[in-house]
Write a protein that binds this ligand. Structure first.
Ligand SMILES: [Zn+2]
Length: 100
C-alpha cells in the first residue's frame, strides 16, 4: 500500500483509536504504523495530549463542584445553628412570658 495513502487512513482512524472505539485488529495496525511513521505518531501525540487536557479540565471542574458542595454544606450547618439559636431564644421569651 502507498505510504501516504496509509497515513491518511491512519489519521482518519486516530480519533476513534484514542477514544478506544477501534477493534483489536485495527488497534494493532495503527500501533504498527505509529511505530514506523513519525508524522502519524506526532498527530497521535497531539491528539492524546488534547484528550488528556480535556480530562484534566473535567477533573478540575469536578473538584470545583465538590468544593462548592462543601461550601453549601457549611452554609446549611450555619443555618441550622442559627435556627436552633432562634428556637432557644423563642423558648426563653416564652418562658419569661409564661412565668410573669
Ligand atoms: Zn503515517
Amino acid at each position: 500500500m502507498n505510504k501516504q495513502y496509509k497515513c491518511n487512513i491512519i489519521l482518519d482512524l486516530l480519533p476513534l483509536y484514542t477514544d478506544g472505539m477501534t477493534s483489536d485488529v485495527t488497534d494493532a495496525v495503527i500501533e504498527e504504523h505509529l511505530k514506523e511513521c513519525e508524522k502519524c505518531r506526532q498527530a497521535y501525540e497531539d491528539m492524546s495530549g488534547e484528550i488528556n487536557l480535556g480530562l484534566q479540565q473535567k477533573k478540575r471542574r469536578k473538584r470545583r463542584r465538590l468544593r462548592y458542595k462543601k461550601k453549601s454544606v457549611g452554609r446549611m450547618v450555619l443555618l441550622g445553628y442559627f435556627l436552633l439559636l432562634l428556637l432557644i431564644m423563642a423558648l426563653c421569651v416564652l418562658d419569661v412570658v409564661l412565668f410573669l
